[in-house]
Ligand binder design. Structure first.
Ligand SMILES: [Ca+2]
Ligand SMILES: [Ca+2]
Length: 178
């Protein structure tokens, strides 16, 4: 019974294939319409304290390339991957602990109107942008710094998008809509 699924477990080019109905939600025999769970995220994603999963990518990229890299990891089964969306300080704290205070990875907030003097940051998933955690005096320079990275335990810093940083991907039920 297990043997039929083992080959798929190690086939990284395919979407995760559940071995049984029970794997999906812990309830065996409740049919084919289970709610996907976080265990079906791609290899390397680790469950976090806020009920989603993160993966810290070690290869530094510019923000746009990092966004694409996260987005392209998974789109299926009701789950999606995207640059991490740290919806409030609680999630920012969880992400800061997750990265171990190391590096300053890109996350999924960006200024929708780069060329004006206002900072109108949104999340790539269009989740609520009203409680973003920013570092002191950030965001600044809204006419040139349109992309957000983690910087301190306090919060994010906006930076020039062409700068090169590692990046934090998230896997949950929210698609990157941009
Ligand atoms: Ca999130
Ligand atoms: Ca800044």
């Amino acid at each position: 019974m297990l043997a039929t699924g083992c080959d798929k477990l190690f086939d990284l080019d395919r979407l995760p294939v559940p071995l049984s109905d029970a794997k999906l939600d812990g309830v065996a025999g409740d049919g084919p319409v289970d709610t996907p769970d976080i265990a079906e995220c791609p290899v390397g994603f680790v469950p976090n304290a806020v009920g989603t999963s993160y993966k810290l990518a070690p290869d530094p990229l510019g923000w746009t390339a990092a966004k694409a890299a996260c987005k392209n990891l998974l789109n299926g089964g009701g789950l999606h991957t995207h640059l991490a969306v740290l919806v409030d300080k609680v999630e920012y704290d969880a992400a800061w602990i997750f990265i171990g205070g190391m590096g300053s990875p890109w996350v999924g907030a960006f200024d929708t109107v780069l060329t004006d003097q206002q900072a109108k940051f949104e999340w790539v998933t269009n989740e609520n942008a009203g409680s973003m955690a920013w570092d002191l005096s950030q965001p600044d320079q809204p006419d040139t710094q349109a992309c957000a990275r983690m910087r301190t335990p306090t919060g994010m810093d906006n930076e020039t998008c062409a700068m090169i940083f590692t990046y934090l991907c998230e896997c949950d039920t929210h698609p990157d809509i941009y």
